[in-house]
Design a binder for this molecule. Sequence first.
Ligand code: NDP
Length: 479
Amino acid sequence: MNIQNYINGNFHNPTNDDWIDNYNPSNGEVYGQIPNSTKEDVENAYIAAKSAFPSWSQTTLEERSRILIKISELLEENLQRFAEAESKDNGKPISLAKAVDIPRAASNFRFFGNAITQFASESHESIGLQAINYTLRQPIGVVGCISPWNLPLYLFTWKIAPAIAAGNCVVAKPSEVTPMTAYLLGEICNEAGLPKGVLNIVHGLGTTTGQAIIEHQDIKAISFTGGTATGAHIAKVAAPMFKKLSLELGGKNPNIIFADCDYEDMLSTTVRSSFANQGQICLCGSRIFVEASIYEKFKKDFVEKVKQLKVGHPSKDDTNIGALVSKPHLEKVKEYIAIAKDEHGSILCGGNEVTIEGFENGYYLEPTVIEVPNDDCRVNQEEIFGPVVTIMPFNSEDEVLQMANKVKYGLSATLWTNNLKRTMKMSNELQAGIVWVNTWMMRDLRTPFGGVKASGVGREGGFEALRFFTEAKNVCIKY
Ligand code: NDP
């Protein structure tokens, strides 16, 4: 199936008629092609967005809200179709796409459709000076949204929904590896009555299509989710043009387990926080630190549970672990398993590719647990982003805190304990944008989302996102 760019409400082939193969990770076969868009396609998308802006930015909040909520409803009506498309494109189990990815994409539109009707700005009375200040929150204009492959529609819409809710027009690029649901979203937007040009979707490679978006002089803000190296590159290009930037980047998140936790809850959640979506979630707790007194018990129980996870074709109901997203990514993850062996890590389970009958060329890997001798090894310091976790014991709060904070990243941290003082102390001191205590991946869309250190700059979510996608202008009136 060939997909096309969505520009000004219509579907277009790339201007140079150049195409890229789109692979199905579950069987390694090419199942379609996507546009290899150039600067010219991005310019066409920009022109459409620019033309739509005067009218869209003046559209009432009620009308914007109505359209966003309609998009949300249409996504829900098309749940099965979108979940199948996401699974085929990404390799994730359909059950996961159906329970998480597509419902969350629908929630993103519903949430920001509602949030924009509640978004307010400040007023400051300058007492004694006979003046009043009020702040306008004006849309920026044309903005760029660039997203990765791991949660394709989920993260794509997490950017687009607040951008258009706030009155901007968008030029967006999904990952070239997982473009399908972004393509299908164009149809839904038309059906929901989104005016032409408000959202434009160009497909292609990061280094060409993405690059054309970030270096476009008149695209005034970039919201990006992806790897830290790409984020650094984008910052370098965008900073001299003074673009607004939101960067959501990589992570290497600690999962810290104390002996006083609710053990069974911790164990089943830790299996999920390690291997959900084949471990390809920026929030996965890939470094597991366990208090020494329960370390041996945890090691035995955890490995036993992980061995029960079924690696299988994404369409099967009993599949827990689907295919990794691409051949190069599978090779990268395998390389890290080899590095772990070189660094004297012990593979407690997994570590091998899996062959699924009938789908022998798919990108399947066993969920892998590695016991590491110390925290300095590369598998504990570098982002692997696959079904691989490390475990090691710790003896004290201070020791584990020091290890948790030692990485260059700071996206999220998970803490398992029933000790209140410890919870408060560690939550304060963990260097992360998000700390989960006795849970994982529990998301309230009103909360600020983002990382510190090499995990990013800025916050998404709730009014933070609407603030990012607007410019504050203060008006001071003397009376
Ligand atoms: P990449 O950084 O490789 O790519 C992300 C997006 O940026 C893709 O659409 C990519 O295009 C595009 N891109 C690449 N180069 C450029 C460029 N020069 N200019 C503009 N755009 C460019 O990340 P991955 O897709 O591999 O995603 C995995 C990474 O994302 C992991 O590090 C993960 O931690 C992170 N991530 C962070 C999250 C967070 O909220 N902090 C959430 C989810 C993932 P293309 O791929 O088509 O070439």
